[in-house]
Write a protein that binds this ligand. Structure first.
Ligand SMILES: *[C@@H]1O[C@H](CO)[C@@H](O)[C@H](O)[C@H]1NC(C)=O
Ligand SMILES: *[C@@H]1O[C@H](CO)[C@@H](O)[C@H](O)[C@H]1NC(C)=O
Ligand SMILES: *[C@@H]1O[C@H](CO)[C@@H](O)[C@H](O)[C@H]1NC(C)=O
Length: 895
């Protein structure tokens, strides 16, 4: 028995666990094997669940709270009683009652699972939809059942929570869940013998669940017992494909999960090539109890023709002896001219991957030249490493270019190809030269400066994001079945009531992602739009709207509406019009850019913005609205003159753009002539507004310092995602650790990000230096060291004080359930996000605003009172943005 277990290799997806040779508890391993099958069958979900709903819900609103049951003290403060009624605007007589529902729990021997689906046939959804549209089909409800553990002692289990954002297991309140079923970072739960009550908040989301009427909410819970101290799951292993015995890149990543109740230190990872040499790239790594972290490894390029690669990982639980696990991963051998997987580093330091198809051009032609890149952005829920993506361009095998399909670090491309996902796209593009070197490629080279961007669905939306934000980097853009913005997709009409100003702040925070407001940035970029006329997922209205808006700014775009076609069909990216478009515009040769005689540049508050004909905006005067530059270009006797009229711009620069004709020799900024010679300016000339209306040249090379918000710090709260290393999560006291752990899990689940959890004594160390952004979780009266004088939000004498831009001081006394989040500057363009609560409830509520799903609209700071748990953003006491000098902006909502 024992030797059987020791030798047996178990296939877990693509990862082989070599039976834990030298396992954690070798002397008991055979016994453990027996317990495992036996014990997991002692885990069962109940078939009978109690449901309370439906209640209304706004699109992406649940992050703010907006749970009507919280008015009564929350789901943990109410119990099932079939006579009680609860107010709801969705139901007859304005109330709903508890109901019983039966489900079919399963137990496969490996663990227990249950599919929970919920619909309310008595509600006239169709009528509500006629009035409020798709938004009316999104509702929320609580569903309460039991998980029975018939073991005789407490037991740790792994819980997967597909489509769930919020739930309770016993006393453990979990926010973040796994709303899109990534299954990257399951939750560790601690079961008591007997009944463990499970309460799941069911939430409708058309974008992930579809828009069928009548609506039906779906969720799945899956749990199995956790025995091993450290777990490695197969989807958590990322390694590049192999071509002719060589890895296509150096980086691999292995996600490990600490299932023990103590901290675990990772000591060493090696491959069977040399078990003595660690390939771990980042020294010593600690995992908090329950934490999942992706470990970065540096591979030997020469791997040979083996079918799999064996890893050995050594680790040490706190106060214990060192242990190790062996596992293996199958290698994927690819042919060089086929689509294959290449890894690289995301700017945050974690390993990402993209699918690359090198040009086959050289096989049919002798030309050795450089070819451009077609960046193809996938739709929501689509895995980049899948046949769907890999074969999307098979119909055009001889396309003269590189085809790059980034992952965006999740099937939802991180944050819909925005701040996090777009950083992944840019890193993927710059990976190609490394690939050329690693693989010793002798075919055509690559021109990277400008790319053709294309995408489908969410990727079509990403195409708009890319081309409106980085117009100078785009050769041409092809958007298929793309949507314009989240709020145009499923309107935000049913959010909880709030002061219009509060709603304005939230809308302002989403402004960067409203592509329909940025169409002027597209003038000059060749565009093809394509949409199926009967698309019932992303209505053709989105493409028709963009087409009409483009005409409105003087840039007619070619629009191909395909009769009787739906959202997706095979060959959607290789229709005749798409092919014609690629062959017209996929050319490095179009490097000579024609400067139009006049153009505009709309600049939302974000570091995602690149330049437009060399104009780069460093700072807006106020973040409350977008900036705008309008340029008139003329040739005078003294050379080329650019006359720029600015609105809401504080600081801009002109950069030299290679191949741009009619580059400026002099610039007239808001009627002030400012001579400069770009060729003497190291590539850029800087201008700053000294007071309300006077522009001057900025000659100080070190204008960027702690008191000037600049670079990666720009944007709204999402700017925290621009970390150049693993997030550093600091918890102020031991009881706060579970909240930091939750944030770490969510950052990994939703973004594939890594985070390092540290306790308070390490605070100074991580804020003063390093490359990473810091998220600080603190509670009660705590003094946070001031970094810049007059920073406008402080904790003082049991109060939160805010200094408005006119000097008015607002003082909010600590009350039960008060919480807040706010950004603070750190050196080197880094940021700190303070997550604070007057008490644990306030802190937990504030922690929901650490980025997870998109469309939430977090501004730079939010102070929430207890009522936000049911009133959502309407329960914010103060919320708003910081300007370029870290002052509270005039448009902020203050008491
Ligand atoms: C192995 O099992 C025996 C009997 O159940 C137990 O007494 C002992 O503590 C176990 N050892 C370990 C290391 O778990
Ligand atoms: C819990 O419910 C009871 C009534 O059932 C109520 O008196 C109490 O205030 C509620 N607790 C909270 C925290 O709201
Ligand atoms: C639009 O279509 C016309 C006719 O097919 C073609 O001549 C033109 O080059 C196209 N323009 C773009 C930007 O695709």
């Amino acid at each position: 028995m024992k030797s059987w277990l020791w030798r047996q290799t178990i296939l877990l997806g693509g990862v082989w666990h070599l039976a834990h040779a030298l396992q954690q508890f070798p002397e008991n391993s055979s016994q453990k094997g027996l317990v495992l099958t036996h014990a997991s069958s002692n885990l069962k979900f109940s078939p009978d669940w109690k449901v309370l709903g439906p209640f209304r819900l706004g699109t992406r609103e649940a992050v703010w709270g907006a749970d009507p049951v919280e008015y009564l003290g929350g789901i943990t403060n109410i119990t099932y009683n079939e006579d009680d009624f609860y107010h709801s605007p969705l139901a007859a007589d304005a109330h709903v009652k508890w109901e019983s529902r039966a489900y079919n729990p399963e137990n496969s021997g490996k663990g227990a699972s249950i599919d929970l689906s919920l619909h309310y046939p008595d509600i006239d959804w169709q009528f509500a939809r006629q009035i409020y549209g798709w938004a009316a089909l999104q509702f929320q409800a609580w569903i309460v059942g039991e998980l029975l553990w018939s073991g005789d002692s407490s037991q740790t289990a792994v819980l997967y929570t597909d489509n769930v954002l919020e739930l309770w297991v016993g006393d453990n309140h979990i926010f973040g869940g796994d709303f899109y079923s990534f299954r990257r970072a399951p939750i560790l739960i601690h079961l008591r013998p007997g009944v463990n009550v499970v309460k799941v908040r069911m939430l409708g989301d058309i974008r992930s669940m579809g828009g069928q009427s009548p609506p039906s909410l779906q969720a799945r819970l899956e749990t199995n017992l956790a025995y091993d101290v450290l777990a490695v799951d197969s989807p958590g292993v990322i390694i590049p494909d192999v071509i002719k015995g060589r890895f296509t890149s150096l980086y691999g990543s292995i996600t490990v999960r600490n299932q023990a109740e103590k901290w675990v230190k990772i000591d060493h990872i090696a491959t069977s090539r040399d078990f003595g040499r660690s390939i771990l790239s980042d020294g010593v790594i600690w995992l908090a109890p329950g934490q999942s972290r992706p470990l970065k490894v540096v591979l030997d390029l020469e791997v040979g023709l083996d079918k799999s690669i064996n890893f050995r990982l050594s680790y040490t639980p706190e106060d214990s002896l060192s242990l190790q696990i062996d596992f293996a991963t199958t290698l994927n051998h690819a042919i060089i001219t086929d689509s294959h997987k290449v890894t690289f580093l995301h700017p945050s330091g974690v390993v990402s991957y993209a699918i690359l198809r090198p040009p086959r051009y050289h096989l049919t032609s002798e030309i050795s030249e450089t070819l451009p890149v077609l960046v193809a952005l996938h739709g929501a829920g689509v895995e980049a490493d899948s046949p769907l993506v890999k074969t999307a361009f098979d119909a055009i095998p001889d396309l003269p270019g590189w085809i790059l399909s980034p992952s965006g670090m999740s099937t939802w491309s991180g944050d819909d190809w925005h701040t996090w996902g777009f950083a992944d796209v840019e890193a993927a593009i710059t990976m190609i030269p490394d690939w050329i070197k690693n693989i010793k490629w002798t075919g055509p080279g690559v021109c990277l400066h400008r790319v053709l961007v294309a995408g489908h669905s969410n990727g079509g939306q990403g195409t708009w994001f890319f081309s409106t934000h980085r117009p100078d980097r785009v050769l041409a853009a092809a958007a298929a079945s793309g949507y314009t913005s989240i709020e145009n997709y499923v309107p935000f009409t049913l959010w909880q009531e709030a002061d219009p100003w509060q709603t304005a702040v939230v809308q302002t925070a989403r402004g960067n992602y409203r592509h329909e407001l940025l169409v002027e940035n597209l003038i000059g970029i060749p565009i093809l739009q394509q949409h199926g006329s009967i698309d019932d997922n992303v209505p053709a209205y989105h493409s028709r709207l963009m087409n009409a808006l483009l005409v409105g700014v003087g840039q007619p775009a070619n629009y191909s509406e395909l009769r009787d076609r739906g959202h997706w069909f095979e060959g959607v990216m290789t229709t005749q019009s798409m092919r014609d478009f690629y062959s017209l515009f996929l050319k490095c040769g179009i490097s000579q850019k024609q400067t139009p005689r006049q153009f505009s540049f709309i600049v939302p508050n974000s570091h995602d913005m690149g330049s437009r004909y060399g104009i780069f905006v460093d700072q807006l005067s106020t973040p409350d609205r977008m900036g705008k530059v309008h340029a008139l270009v003329s040739e005078t006797e003294s050379g080329v003159q650019w006359r720029l009229k600015t609105t809401n711009i504080q600081r801009l620069r002109l950069e030299r753009v290679s191949g741009l004709n009619l580059a400026a020799d002099e610039v007239i900024l808001d009627n002030m002539l400012l001579p400069f010679e770009l060729k003497h300016e190291k590539g850029s000339a800087l201008f700053v507004k000294r007071d309300a209306d006077t522009w001057t040249r900025e000659l100080r090379p070190n204008w960027q310092h702690l008191e000037q918000r600049s670079g990666r710090q720009r944007g709204t709260l999402d700017a925290i995602l621009r970390s150049s290393g693993p997030f550093q999560l600091i918890y102020g006291s031991p009881e706060i650790l579970p909240i930091a752990l939750q944030a770490s899990r969510n950052l990994h689940q939703y973004y594939g990000a890594d985070s390092n959890i540290l306790s308070w004594p390490d605070y100074r160390k991580v804020v003063d230096k390093g490359e990473s952004n810091v998220i600080t979780f603190v509670q009660g009266m705590i003094s946070l060291p001031t970094r810049i004088p007059h920073f406008p939000i402080n904790l003082q004498d049991g109060r939160v004080t805010l200094t408005a831009c006119n000097g008015r001081i607002i003082s909010i006394p600590f009350t039960q359930g008060l919480g807040g989040v706010w950004l603070r500057p750190l050196p080197d363009e880094r940021l700190e996000l303070v997550v604070w609560g007057a008490d644990t409830i306030g802190l937990k509520h504030a922690a929901r605003l650490v980025p997870t799903i998109t469309g939430v609209g977090q501004p730079d700071f939010v102070i929430l009172e207890a009522s936000a748990r049911w009133k959502g953003h309407g329960g914010a006491i103060a919320m708003g943005l910081f300007d370029y000098g870290w002052r509270i902006s005039p448009g902020s909502y203050l008491p």
